[in-house]
Design a protein around this ligand. Sequence first.
Ligand code: SF4
Ligand code: SF4
Length: 429
Amino acid sequence: MALAQYENDMSACSRCSSCKWMPFNQVKSWRFARNCPSLARFTAHPYSGSGKMTMGLSVLKQRSELTEQVAEIVYSCQMCGACDVSCKVYRDDIDLSEVLMELRASCVESGQLIADHMMTVDALKKENNVFGEPRDRRGDWAEGLGLKDTNQETVDVLLHAGCRYSYDRELWPVLRGAVDLLRKAGIEVGVAGAQEACCGGRVYELGYQGEAANFADDMLSRINASGAGVLLTACSDCFSALRYLYPKMGKDPGVEVAHLSGFLADLVADGRIELAEPVPIKVTYHDPCHLGRMGEPFVPWQGDKLGRPQQLKRAGRRGVYDEPRAVLRAIPGLELVEMERIREYSWCCGAGGGVLDAYPEFGSWTALERLEEAEATGARALVTSCPWCVRAFRDSASEHGKELEIIELSELVSRATGTAVASEQGVGG
Ligand code: SF4
Ligand code: SF4
């Protein structure tokens, strides 16, 4: 089992518990000092990053079995990577996120499957999306926009919408508004429409690595056929899959992989998008896990002078953090206030790791924690750059009666250019 590759990592854990908290020099209050949603919710050591490594080592050494109860704990985890970056503040020889991924792959290998995740995987195999929606409706979000069809012609920029934007009707105006912004800046994107398929990142995280490889191959063939030099996505999950998981699987996308937030930041900096319209609102920014610490590019570890056998390094510092903030700071009249857990130490939105499918109450609680952190800043709105985060926060806010507005970054940009597209939730001003 591939878990064996990480025996050294699991054995090296000193049980110091640093993975359970923000690094101490980052802590600003007791209330928001925790970093692990799983441990915070279930309050028992096995749910922590360290606890899962202990279980992994025990299973690997055949001191215990991978039972249904163990699998429940392994999957009650957002795969957010917060434990990993906190550990790496002190240790450079443990890749906790990789252990968690291989532990899930071991669950799949040994038949310890979560019923809701099996449904997701079946939906993907049948309809090419994680919701099981009809595959021929995937391109409906772009209807009437007149975008180039990459199945028919070559393009410079291939826009990959991803499953959430493709099938979440309430979020369609966000992506359509982003396309409008790009067009006004002189950038024509092409889409694969109904031929687009899931990037495979979600199934990889669920432990179905073979299925993920199939979706990656499909994506690479579409990128190749499009002739694009840039693969643009507005989804942080897809971004992370393309920047990290694909190269890790030995599948080089062969193009520049860009996220909409960085793309917009460049266009604003170049003056191709002019933010002239004041947007007088106090906002805080949520760093999506898969755009930030899990969105780092994959860099294979070559070993070091001591001959230590690490293969990967993922400390979270090379994620996308500055670009969305630069966009927000360029909007006249807007005030940006920061939460306590930011950048690589961000708290998860609750949508990661298949938790929303299998344990929705846990997902909603995780989002609520973040909403309360955002409220503590005095902000009127929480801005983020991922449709999964937007969905998780909007649902939790509505469930728990929170007034906070949830806004996708490009919605604010549209408003600051005077071209806002109405969405159901709207954009404050
Ligand atoms: S995983 Fe890292 S931070 Fe957590 S207990 Fe082990 S060594 Fe400490
Ligand atoms: S990945 Fe996130 S939820 Fe899972 S153990 Fe680590 S910090 Fe906790």
